[in-house]
Design a protein around this ligand. Sequence first.
Ligand code: PGA
Length: 251
Amino acid sequence: MRKKIVAGNWKMNTMLPEGFNLAKEVISKSAGVPTDVELIVIPPFTHLSEAVKITKGSRIKVGAQNCAMWDKGAYTGEVSAPMLGSVSVNYVILGHSERREYFGEDNQMLFKKINLVLENSLTPIFCCGEKLDERESSNHFKVVEQQVSESLFGLTAEQMLKVVIAYEPVWAIGTGKTATAEQAQEMHAFIRQLLTKKFGVNISNEISILYGGSCKPSNAAEIFAKADVDGGLIGGASLVAEDFIGIAKAF
Ligand code: PGA
């Protein structure tokens, strides 16, 4: 059966000492979370080595928020997938809407990044999701289908099995406006159907699809109860250990 996952995307927040304390708190509070839920903290690059050290021996896994499109070379300011592997990170978020919006990342670039992450034995968390105007004009399925097909359909079935998907409607990110559990389920089922058509039902049934966008302890249970929702990618609420763990306990 597919993995349940709750991942905390800290974005560009926390100084190192704060991040240290947050990771410690997440570890200490994690005892009450069902053991079949994978808990992941995803701090900024500067904190990764330290986060890996702190979480060693605990159930908490560590992820990065992005990686470069190349594996090494003259790309000032970039961090590569092999570098992330060398500090023993487990996951890498790719294609977050903030990367698409502010850094011009497109589906083809993300296909390259996904390949590099997989080649380095890391797990990509591939984000997709429509903007408000795209939903209002009823183009949301088309947009998500294009993101999924252009970034994932060039993978082999074996590679696809190692990818985690996060559906994050852009209008719900950081806005306090969560998608309803029905809206989340509808899109998750649609994404799974796309995967079934391309890779077959045995593979699509194994792929975790997380929901992201203003997820909180108060709304997580209803969303996670839906058949095709396998967990959450949490932004704002992941900066408060109690809220993050409260969400994970919603399973
Ligand atoms: P949010 O962010 O929980 O603050 O809405 C989610 C995300 O961007 O991953």
